[in-house]
Write a protein that binds this ligand. Structure first.
Ligand SMILES: Cc1cc2nc3c(=O)[nH]c(=O)nc-3n(C[C@H](O)[C@H](O)[C@H](O)COP(=O)(O)OP(=O)(O)OC[C@H]3O[C@@H](n4cnc5c(N)ncnc54)[C@H](O)[C@@H]3O)c2cc1C
Length: 130
């Protein structure tokens, strides 16, 4: 990190060189194959934790609960049946978010194709900018 500091903007380089004990924090995506088991629902980061490129983790946790509220409000069947109807949409949402942040991370860290201003790189839960 200290060797790389010479190539960075002065303010960023100063943070690195003045940090006495730098550390590395591993950040990774996690997926889950199912979010409903009987009367139990797994939501938010406990189900899918996405790298920060889309800045959508909070929105996803809220969407999981909002959709659950809508399904419970729609009535029909018991809680376990309701959770099974709620689950597919939230699995799809979580998987598309992880797919998108993984692609963004690859552009940022591996293929070096991250172009500032590219609309595909906008924050968003459902899609870039949404
Ligand atoms: C550094 C950082 C920056 C981030 N920046 C953004 C951002 O800019 N935009 C964005 O959308 N998202 C961001 N996120 C992600 C966002 O914070 C999470 O996606 C979101 O908080 C997930 O909400 P959650 O309710 O699923 O989990 P959490 O917010 O983690 O809530 C889980 C809660 O459960 C509690 N808990 C755990 N175990 C137990 C237990 N056994 N009994 C009782 N309680 C328990 C925990 O204390 C915690 O309060 C960021 C995350 C980090 C770490």
């Amino acid at each position: 990190m200290r060797a790389a500091a010479a190539d960075l903007a002065p303010a960023v380089a100063e943070v690195i060189t003045r940090t006495e004990q730098p550390y590395v924090q591993v950040v990774c995506d996690t997926r889950i194959p199912g979010m409903a088991e009987g009367r139990v629902a797994i939501i938010g980061d406990a189900a899918f934790a996405a790298c920060p490129h889309a800045a959508a983790g909070t929105a996803k946790a809220a969407d999981d609960v909002w959709q659950l509220y809508e399904h419970l409000g729609a009535g029909g069947g018991g809680i376990a049946d309701t959770l099974k109807r709620w689950e597919p949409g939230q699995l799809e949402l979580g998987n598309q978010l992880i797919d998108r942040v993984a692609a963004m991370g690859a552009r940022s860290q591996f293929s070096n194709t991250w172009v500032p201003g590219d609309p595909d790189l906008r924050f968003g839960l459902y899609a870039p900018g949404k």
